[in-house]
Design a protein around this ligand. Structure first.
Ligand SMILES: [Zn+2]
Length: 78
């Protein structure tokens, strides 16, 4: 359950709260495995049928508008 357990990739969702209009980000760690998204496009496809729950850290609104996704490479600690 810690980093370094297998290979994983971290996608960072950039969201805009629909209520308070503040930007926020949410990291989603995806294992590097067959069937798992490996690019931003594939990740966005996955979100369409498996949405990631959002909750604004400022106002606790549950509605966020997705404005972008970036991917971070995560190196397994040896
Ligand atoms: Zn908010």
């Amino acid at each position: 359950m810690t980093s370094g357990f297998g290979m994983s990739r971290s996608f960072l969702l950039h969201l805009h709260c629909a209520n308070c209009q503040r930007p926020s980000t949410k990291a989603v760690v995806v294992p590097i495995a067959e069937g798992a998204p490996s690019t931003v496009d594939e990740f966005i496809d996955m979100l369409e049928y498996r949405p990631v729950p959002f909750s604004c850290r400022h106002c606790e609104s549950l509605i966020g508008e997705l404005v972008g996704v970036t991917v971070e490479r995560r190196e397994a600690a040896a």
